[in-house]
Ligand binder design. Structure first.
Ligand code: FMN
Ligand code: SF4
Ligand code: SF4
Length: 346
């Protein structure tokens, strides 16, 4: 038991991808900085550089910075690999990440990035959908939001139980309030689970920073209540970025926010059903020229039952996740690489 706890509470020996920037191409536009979910990048002398403040909580290889760069100036080289401990993953992968095979094998990677191929419209939507964190201020008309919701309504579900419910927020003041509350909750999580030197940024990136004895107890309680996945160092790194940056907006100033709720009285796999329903909506939104980004940090609202009630989130409904919706600002949907397929054929 003690050894198991040790394996979970100690940061794993991980290898992170390297962020490479071509200084000759980078024009310092800052699009990658705003798009990075972990706030790993910053602009210095009109060029993008690695944000050293978050040295310990590195890249999740989402390649969003590549997807939004108008200059093809940034590249993420390598993958997240852990060779020991609870989060060990290096035995699961046979090589480095690749583009979708159907694109890679056809006209070559460079043309695939431009989307020149014979894929179906649905396949193109799947491969070119990215999490969008750069939005225009323009509101999405109600008719379009309704088309997105309609795609969710026709999702499959176990026993056709359709356990979902949606809350659509288009009032900027309300989205801003939810952002504030989520960040408040994240701050509490950080103070309970991270070395305080990191949270307060007194010694950014100090590898010798340690958890206080009472934090180790809280950590163990959370492990049992929520499971280790939510304490993955990358997840905590993302939350730390939000807590540390006063300008960070949890919903990226998107004009519309859709919260996905699940009816706890539903049949069987209700969370999975609601996730499938969400992805129907996200893909439909992309096909309509809209951008989306799932934001599960909305979970932070759990700390504010009165406000949740005000929004209409009451039992037996619970939050599963949320996603932002709006018109993307500039090019955001380049195809990116992903881990190779893990599959067993029988
Ligand atoms: C269930 C779920 C929750 C997510 N929560 C967040 C979030 O809170 N904040 C955020 O910036 N991105 C969030 N994301 C977006 C992921 O970071 C993103 O999907 C991933 O990095 C892959 O990038 P892509 O969507 O551009 O392909 C979430 C995605 C999913 C599926
Ligand atoms: S998006 Fe591209 S051009 Fe703009 S700052 Fe980032 S790397 Fe440089
Ligand atoms: S790959 Fe994703 S996490 Fe890594 S630097 Fe780029 S945007 Fe940030």
């Amino acid at each position: 038991m003690f050894l198991e706890n040790q394996r979970l509470t100690h940061l794993p020996p991980a290898v992170y991808p390297v962020i490479k920037v071509d200084e000759n191409k980078c024009n310092g536009c800052g699009r990658c900085v705003k798009s990075c979910p972990i706030q790993l990048l910053m602009i210095k002398n009109e060029k993008v550089i690695h944000n050293e403040r978050y040295d310990h909580f590195r890249c999740i290889t989402c390649q969003n910075c590549e997807a939004v760069c108008p200059q093809n100036a940034i590249m993420i080289d390598g993958d997240y690999r852990v060779n020991r401990g609870y989060w060990k993953n290096d035995h699961l992968f046979s090589g480095s990440k690749t583009l979708p095979v159907s694109l890679d094998n056809r006209d070559g990677a460079s043309e695939a990035k431009g989307g020149k191929d014979q894929l179906t419209e649905t396949e193109k939507v799947i491969y070119k959908r990215r999490s969008v964190r750069l939005y225009k201020k323009k509101q999405v008309p109600r008719e379009l939001v309704e088309r997105v919701l309609e795609a969710g309504r026709f999702a499959p579900s176990a026993g056709n139980n359709q356990p979902w419910k949606f809350i659509v927020i288009q009032d900027k003041a309300v989205i801003d309030k939810v952002d504030l509350l989520v960040k408040k909750f994240c701050r509490i999580v950080m103070y309970a689970t991270m070395p305080h030197q990191w949270v307060k940024k007194q010694v950014p990136g100090d590898k010798n920073a340690v958890l206080k004895p009472w934090q180790k107890i809280v950590y163990q309680l959370l492990l049992r209540l929520r499971g280790p996945n939510e304490l993955d160092p990358r997840a905590l790194g993302g939350i730390n970025a939000i807590v540390s940056d006063p300008d960070y907006h949890t919903f990226f100033h998107a004009p519309t926010l859709i919260i996905l709720l699940v009816d706890r009285r539903g049949i069987g796999s209700i969370d999975l059903d609601t996730g499938i329903c969400g992805q129907n909506m996200v893909l439909a939104a992309h096909s309509l020229g809209l951008g989306t980004c799932y934001v599960s940090l909305i979970d932070g609202l759990q700390g504010f039952p009165r406000y949740r009630k005000k929004l209409g989130i009451t039992s037996p409904f619970e939050i599963v996740t949320s996603f932002t919706l709006g018109y993307p600002s500039g090019q955001v949907d380049n195809v990116v690489e992903r881990e190779q397929l893990r599959v067993k054929w029988i």
